[in-house]
Design a protein. Structure first.
Length: 342
């Protein structure tokens, strides 16, 4: 849905309506009809990074590139498969733990600002225009310039630049080690690389999945079971009888601030003029099975399915306007409906 909202905000209105809203088939454009796309590229070492440019504005003769993002409200993000349960959720106040812009802003800092900032840095963008919405309504827009994201995450632009450049250096070293260690001699092979940081251990877990024929691989997975029966990544592999070829690597990081070792439990604040030194080593652990691979994917993307209190989301939680009695009545009705279906 987010993709359609971004297209609605950036495409020519007439073309968008003909593609997605036209009722007359004769007037309808195919949804895959080509639309102009614009990109910025950044070369870093042996890597070429790409960032799509959605929009822009000219100010005083200078063209500023702007990223456009749609942001579903919190309950729909936490439980996307059951989005219909949250159609009554609204953003109607500035502050509060539910139905508020404060809640959404907290989640942006926790799970979105960092990836937005990386994309903006690669694309040389000025800022990001964000649309808050549910599946029925857009509640409002907010613009964040790049300086705001840098200050919120890193405190200073200097530290943000150091972290971005250092991260690219790490990534280049990790890729070099992987490509030197893995057997990638077959024509048409695809490599999928997943990374998950463990801040308590100052380490990075890297899982590398090798796919000999990606088209056949995807075909078998998608035809395995109806989509609504696939609840876990392991379901795909089990149903399609696909045994993933996955190897595990561990990257350990050692950091010094002004010549002093930074321990895992220490908090520190970088100030302009401080000296940061990074060292790391990369070790190959070996093969992992499908269940460990699935566990890794859950841990790596867990923040997408956590609420503001870092608890697993359950619809048994009270909605913003509900009393305990309302909750009990609703759950009993849902239970009754399930029994009728059976």
């Amino acid at each position: 849905m987010g993709k359609y909202l971004e297209l609605m905000m950036t495409q020519n209105r007439k073309d968008f309506n003909r593609k997605f809203l036209a009722k007359n088939k004769a007037e309808r454009l195919p949804t895959d009809a080509p639309a102009p796309e614009f990109y910025s590229f950044l070369k870093a070492g042996d890597m070429l990074l790409r960032s799509q440019i959605d929009s822009g504005v000219e100010e005083n003769g200078i063209f500023k590139k702007v990223e456009v993002k749609s942001r579903a409200v919190a309950p729909e993000r936490y439980d996307a498969m059951n989005y219909e349960k949250y159609l009554d959720y609204r953003l109607n106040k500035y502050h509060g733990s539910v139905e508020s812009y404060e809640h959404e802003y907290y989640d942006l800092i926790r799970g979105a600002f960092h990836k937005y900032l990386n994309q903006m840095t690669i694309g040389g963008m000025d800022g990001v225009l964000l649309a808050y919405h549910n599946t029925r309504k857009v509640f409002g827009f907010e613009y964040f310039d790049r300086w705001h994201l840098e200050k919120r995450i890193y405190k200073s632009q200097e530290y943000a630049d150091i972290c971005f450049k250092t991260s690219l250096l790490f990534l280049q070293k990790i890729f070099d080690r992987i490509f030197a260690s893995e057997d990638l001699t077959k024509l048409g092979q695809t490599v999928r690389i997943g990374l998950h940081a463990n801040s308590l251990m100052n380490s990075l877990t890297v899982l590398v999945e090798k796919i000999d024929d990606v088209e056949e691989y995807n075909k078998r997975l998608l035809s395995a079971l109806p989509y609504d029966l696939l609840h876990d990544v392991a379901d795909y592999y089990d149903a399609a009888k696909v045994v993933p070829q996955v190897n595990k690597y561990v990257v350990r990081l050692y950091t010094k601030l002004n010549g002093v070792d930074i321990l895992n439990s220490m908090m520190y604040f970088f100030e302009p003029g401080d000296s940061l030194e990074f060292k790391f080593d990369i070790g190959r652990v070996g093969k992992v099975d499908v269940h460990e691979y699935a566990k890794f994917l859950h841990e790596a993307y867990a923040f997408e399915y956590r609420n503001i209190n870092s608890e697993s989301v359950s619809y048994t939680h009270l909605r913003a306007h509900e009393t305990v009695l309302d909750l009990v009545c609703r759950l009993l009705l849902e239970k009754k409906k399930k029994k009728k279906k059976k």
